[in-house]
Design a protein around this ligand. Structure first.
Ligand SMILES: C[S@@+](CC[C@H](N)C(=O)[O-])C[C@H]1O[C@@H](n2cnc3c(N)ncnc32)[C@H](O)[C@@H]1O
Length: 230
């Protein structure tokens, strides 16, 4: 049987999982990611977890279809509450809003462990995730950008570092995407530039927040300098 065909977004998430990791996919839905990772030989063991019975039933169907009962364990859990993290090395939280991702991390003290690799893919508010991670003593090791038609996604690799830091608004908008040279990262930066410019223009037109516009124009200028650097 052929391997599962992942979306470009989920494939980029899969690429962030370390070879031979023991992975937990939180909010797994159909369990396509863990099934793909096992079928492709990248990992041998995975936990596919979801808060809802319906998605977990779909996950069970995927596991059964590909004969992965020995490799993919299904767990009903709110975030990481009922996931045994002892042997888990890589934790994926993908396809959820940024605030929910932060909440799930916040509820799990076992993630305060530098050996655990977090792979985060917020659908919204990546800026909040970046800010949260540094504030709570995590650091971002690497990011990737994926452009899927009109949607822009980032994938963040993070681990606990133990020192809290404050992020700038500039960093929160582009994270470590600015370190990449691939076309999708460049497109991510272009779209963030447009987003920040629109915020600046909106503020400039408002009655009370004109002075805040300057900060956003400055961020947009710095993003454009990165885009035009080569
Ligand atoms: C849009 S799907 C994302 C599926 C997959 N991770 C992806 O990226 O394509 C979101 C899934 O997260 C689950 N979910 C929402 N809140 C959750 C929580 N607190 N803990 C675990 N799973 C959750 C939902 O039931 C749903 O199956």
């Amino acid at each position: 049987m052929d391997n599962i065909k992942l979306s470009r977004r989920l494939l980029a998430v899969a690429n962030f999982v370390r070879d031979k990791a023991v992975v937990a996919d939180i909010g797994t839905d159909h369990a396509y990611l863990p099934a793909y990772l096992v079928k492709s030989g990248k990992v041998d063991l995975a936990v596919a977890s979801d808060i809802n019975e319906g998605p977990l039933k779909k996950a069970a169907e995927t596991v059964q279809k590909y004969n992965l009962e020995q490799n993919v364990k299904l767990v009903l859990s709110n975030g990481l509450n009922d996931v045994d993290l002892n042997d888990i090395t890589d934790i994926v939280i993908a396809g959820m809003g940024g605030e929910l991702i932060c909440q799930i991390i916040d509820n799990c003290n076992e993630l305060l462990d530098s050996s655990k690799n977090l792979i985060l893919q917020p659908m919204t508010n990546a800026a909040a995730v970046r800010q949260y991670l540094y504030q709570k003593g995590f650091k971002i090791l690497k990011e990737a950008a994926v452009i899927d038609d009109k949607y822009t996604y980032c994938i963040i690799r993070s681990c606990y570092y133990g020192k809290s830091a404050q992020t700038s608004k500039f960093f929160e908008y582009i994270g470590k995407i600015s370190e990449n040279t691939d076309d999708e990262s460049k497109e991510y930066l272009r779209r963030q530039y447009i987003r920040v410019m629109n915020i600046a223009k909106g503020l400039e037109c408002s009655k009370n927040k004109k002075s805040e516009a300057l900060e956003y124009y400055e961020i947009a200028k710095r993003i454009s300098e990165i885009i035009n650097a080569d």
